[in-house]
Design a protein around this ligand. Structure first.
Ligand code: BG6
Ligand code: MG
Length: 215
């Protein structure tokens, strides 16, 4: 089956924002006196805002207004950290790969759980390189459900088997597989080993490297 498009996750794939998400949650956890480590944060990759907070709370039950306030506080802190984000904060290799995909006549889409995705891609200066955008506002069921990627494929007018999902999160690879997509994982095998092909990151990765690895 020929590959016609790539659907990219944003945080940890195209944008160097994982540390900012961590710091946003760490700020909230510290204020609440809840222990929260970088290691625990690893498990929040790809997980939407509310589910992330629930995982951080580890069974503590808070009233809905408090949940809303903590999510808002995390996002304010996150956006404050993003204030300085510039094109140089695109992860190494990301822009080059998007440009190469476009030159080759293939399509690129965004499939990100983040409600801040549009803001981030604008600030990174890569919005024009994306042919379709599905983000945290686009679907009800988030990763590991395949809905976000299915919507992106639908926007592109392509079946899942002709699209490659590029992800740094276990939940994202699970979503890709559930939707019948091809998959590339970025990062350690313990995290993304379920993907069809694994690379450490997009640094120095050419379109042909991806196509060869997926043969
Ligand atoms: C994902 C991140 O891309 O988006 C998660 O990996 C984050 O860490 C999720 O929780 C939702 O992001 P936002 O910007 O809507 O809070
Ligand atoms: Mg990610």
């Amino acid at each position: 089956m020929t590959i016609k498009a790539f659907i990219f996750d944003l945080d940890g794939v195209l944008a160097d924002t994982t540390e900012y998400h961590y710091r946003g949650w760490k700020y909230v956890a510290d204020e609440e006196g809840i222990p929260f480590t970088r290691e625990e944060n690893e498990r929040l990759r790809g997980i939407p805002r509310r589910e992330s907070l629930e995982l951080i709370l580890k069974g503590r039950t808070y009233p809905e207004d408090k949940i809303q306030a903590l999510m808002a506080k995390k996002n304010e802190h996150y956006l404050e950290l993003l204030r300085e984000i510039r094109p140089r904060d695109a992860l190494p290799g990301a822009r080059e790969l998007l440009e190469e995909i476009r030159r080759a006549g293939l399509k690129s889409a965004l499939g990100s759980a983040s409600k801040n995705a549009r803001f981030v891609i604008e600030r990174l200066g890569i919005a024009d390189l994306l042919d379709a955008i599905s983000d945290g506002n686009s679907v009800e069921r988030q990763k590991p459900a395949p809905d976000l990627f299915l919507r992106a494929a639908n926007q592109l007018g392509l079946p899942p088997r002709e699209c490659v999902v590029v992800e740094d999160a276990a939940a994202g690879i699970e979503a890709a597989r559930a939707g019948g997509f091809r998959s590339v994982g970025l990062g350690p095998r313990e995290r993304v080993g379920e993907a069809e092909a694994v690379f450490p990151s997009l640094e120095n990765v050419k379109l042909n490297d991806l196509l060869t690895a997926l043969k």
